[in-house]
Design a protein around this ligand. Structure first.
Ligand code: GLC
Length: 742
């Protein structure tokens, strides 16, 4: 019976008219590479060229007649940008495109939690997917070289290892939703001044040891499907079509099989765009920021000029087919993957994620006399002072600006948390930037205040004198030159007379807490006058709730600084040795030498004998205390292909649960080339109940001992003496374990 059935079934199938077989490129069961080749073979020359450049501000064409969808890009790293008009930066006026704003990426880095990073990528990826976006233009991983850089808030700090560990889960979380991450800005876009005309001159050691690792991890471990080229030049070629960065390193050494997207307005030359690794051109003819005039997309560098070069025989189609293969691969990974999830937006889970990431990233910098957490037993009176307690922070700052469904301000968060337990009063303290608009998104707040600085100060001091706690919420605010794209800060100091206000408040009340909202280090001349200091980042939609949770002790702070807080700007290598921001040559190109080489951040600080940072890389306090036992290695020797296990017992010696980030640095005691005193090579965030003790074990291999030998162009681990340093921060080493590499 069974045999007969097959026979009949067989007859039936063969008898059917030869229905059109599903084309390979549309068949989900076919391997992606087969689908790519099949689709490529069906495309005309014009369709291929059209695919390599934008057709609107944020989208590029698919192939309508083949059913290959368009590609939709969206900013940004902290949330999904509101819809703009077809060919403008201005708002399209939709009413269904408000989003959740997640904390800025410096806050994510400050969590030192790959788990939080995955949660972040998954959540923001769900929103991008729900909005039917192909690519989310983020995350950014440019290294924190100077505290003046306007876009540090969009990046993950000064250390290549921390940034590498934190970028991978974000990329994976986004791409699990069938949306491509677009890691940016590749590479060497480390400040905003003259960002289109700066030619970075940096030695290969610094390039490979400091500025590339996070991008390399995103490609080789995160498997990012797209990368964005940078505006600046390197070796006199723009980052968006740079043969060294894109062809030799990204696609050559690292084997990147995805799409290189230009930054908006980052393409400047057709021939270089053809041969130097650019795959998709966006935003040409604008500086990536100014309102676009009506861009004739046919005149883009990879549009008619490219087609004409091919048709005249001046160039072949080898590069074109490579670009289109990569773009088709992107299509099959995203728009044409029938199995990808559907996404979601504005869900309770997304708000919970934003809040938790904020709570885990807030850094308790100082807490003398245990002023924090706020005690509400005796129904205290609390004065909240400062413009950043009320000013919306999700609007502004450049392309990462958002239109949120809601944003809880620090004042609102504190008021809601303290309801019924404390009386909360407010005074402005100072006036910074009363405006609130970006690309047509308005905050709707009226922050105008005609009072003089003295009047504002007097009101704040008077209030502060009559309460139990004063919480000053200030810092920067994403206005121009205050942590904002396309502009750097002029100095390390807080703007708007805040230092005077803080000093006056410190005299008026001993229970002063200063909350610094920023994406950058700031000078703190009042650091000895102020008992408690909290680094609170740009925290997004749940800002006030995340902050209040920490201030009132519902959450024990566990954030650690992802960059050094220098006491003075001249303590920073980029400003000590230069150059910053570079010097213009006869063509108006700013030649910008990274004279400090690999000695960035704590790598520089560690070499200074006299200079100490205000707060070191990796620093962050808790409401409990942790004891580090003696670290031990499972061997005194590491063989060339072996591993070494370093174990250290950590105990919560306080009275409440808490999380600690145990850091492992490696020090090469003798090397042929100069090396930093120590370098972060492992970390683990652990949670401990009061009295609980856990062993933390780090397994390191030769890779953790390597430096990049630029003469030999390879990574080298030299046999000899090393030390593993177990630390609570770059300035707080708790144990040292010597060992030898065979
Ligand atoms: C901007 C930024 C980039 C952003 C792009 C699109 O100029 O440099 O990060 O994704 O243009 O807005």
């Amino acid at each position: 019976m069974f045999k007969v059935k097959i026979l009949i079934a067989g007859l039936m199938v063969s008898a059917l008219p030869l229905q059109a077989q599903t084309p390979v490129y549309l068949d989900d069961n076919q391997p992606i590479e087969s689908r790519v080749e099949d689709a490529l073979s069906r495309m005309t020359l014009q369709e291929k060229v059209a695919m390599t450049h934008a057709q609107s501000k944020f989208c590029s064409p698919g192939v309508a007649r083949l059913g290959i969808p368009e590609f939709w890009m969206t900013d940004g790293p902290h949330g999904i940008r509101p819809e703009v008009l077809w060919d403008e930066w201005d708002q399209a006026g939709w009413t269904n495109d408000s989003c959740v704003a997640y904390p800025a990426l410096t806050c994510l880095a400050a969590t030192w939690s790959p788990e939080m990073s995955h949660l972040y990528g998954k959540s923001i990826g769900e929103e991008a997917r729900y909005r039917n976006k192909t690519v989310i233009l983020g995350p950014g991983v440019n290294i924190y070289r100077t505290p003046l850089n306007g876009r540090n808030f969009e990046y993950m700090g000064e250390d290549p290892y921390l940034a590498s560990r934190m970028v991978v889960p974000y990329v994976q979380g986004v791409q699990e939703n069938g949306v491509a991450a677009c890691v940016k800005h590749y590479a060497l876009n480390n400040h905003e001044a003259n960002r289109h005309t700066t030619n970075v001159i940096v030695d290969d050691r610094a390039l490979y040891e400091i500025y590339l690792p996070a991008f390399k991890a995103a490609v080789q471990e995160g498997n990012t499907w797209t990368i964005m080229g940078s505006y600046n030049l390197y070796k006199d070629q723009h980052g968006c079509h740079n043969e060294y960065l894109l062809n030799d390193i990204l696609k050559g050494e690292w084997g990147f099989d995805g799409v290189v997207v230009s930054d908006w307005g980052g393409t400047h030359d057709t021939d270089q765009a053809i041969t130097n690794g650019l795959d998709m051109e966006f935003g040409s003819w604008t500086n990536g920021l100014s309102n676009g005039t009506s861009n004739a997309y046919d005149n883009y560098y990879l549009a008619q000029p490219y087609l004409q070069r091919i048709q005249s025989g001046q160039v072949g189609t080898t590069e074109l087919d490579d670009k289109v293969r990569r773009i088709l691969r992107l299509a099959f990974r995203t728009n044409m993957d029938r199995n990808r999830p559907y996404g979601s937006m504005l869900s309770p889970e997304h708000y919970a994620a934003a809040r938790q990431i904020g709570e885990e990233g807030i850094v308790l910098l100082q807490n003398n006399n245990q002023v924090l957490p706020i005690q509400t037993g005796n129904k205290p009176r609390i004065a909240v002072i400062g413009e950043n307690a009320i000013k919306m922070m999700t609007v502004g700052g450049g392309s990462s600006s958002l239109k949120v469904e809601r944003e809880v301000s620090p004042l609102d968060g504190i008021r809601q948390r303290a309801a019924g337990q404390a009386e909360v009063l407010y005074a402005r303290g100072y006036v910074g930037d009363a405006s609130g608009e970006y690309n047509g998104v308005v905050t709707g707040q009226d922050l105008s205040d005609a009072r003089s600085a003295d009047e504002l100060l007097a009101e704040a001091v008077q209030l502060a004198g009559g309460v139990d706690y004063v919480i000053f919420v200030g810092g920067l605010n994403k206005s121009s030159h205050q942590d904002c794209e396309d502009s750097d800060r002029a100095g390390l100091e807080l703007p708007y007379n805040q230092d005077a206000v803080i000093s006056a408040l410190a005299k008026a009340n001993k229970n002063l807490v200063v909350v610094n909202v920023s994406g950058n280090a700031v000078a703190m001349p009042w650091v000895k006058e102020v008992p408690a200091i909290v680094q609170a980042w740009f925290l997004g939609s749940e800002a006030g709730n995340s902050l209040a949770s920490v201030l009132f002790g519902d959450v024990n702070p566990s954030g650690k600084l992802p960059f050094t807080f220098p006491a003075r700007l001249e303590d920073v290598a980029a400003h000590q040795l230069g150059e910053y921001p570079g010097t213009p040559d006869e063509n108006g190109i700013y030649q910008q030498r990274y004279n400090e080489g690999i000695f960035v951040g704590y790598r520089w600080t560690d070499k200074q004998k006299k200079v100490k940072p205000l707060f070191p890389f990796g620093h962050g306090l808790s409401y409990t205390t942790f004891a580090y036992g003696k670290p031990k290695a499972d061997s005194k020797t590491m063989t060339a292909d072996g591993k070494l296990a370093i174990t250290v017992p950590i105990k919560n010696t306080g009275s409440r649960e808490g999380q600690e980030v145990v850091q492992l640095y490696i020090s090469d005691k003798k090397s042929s080339l100069p090396r930093p005193v120590k370098e972060l090579k492992a970390f683990e965030k652990i949670s401990l109940q009061p009295g609980e003790e856990k062993d933390v074990t780090f397994i390191i291999d030769k890779e953790a001992l390597c430096y990049f030998d630029d003469a030999r162009h390879e990574w080298v681990a030299e046999p000899g003496q090393f030390e593993a340093l177990v630390a609570a921060s770059a300035g707080d080493v708790r144990g040292v374990v010597p060992f030898v590499l065979d």
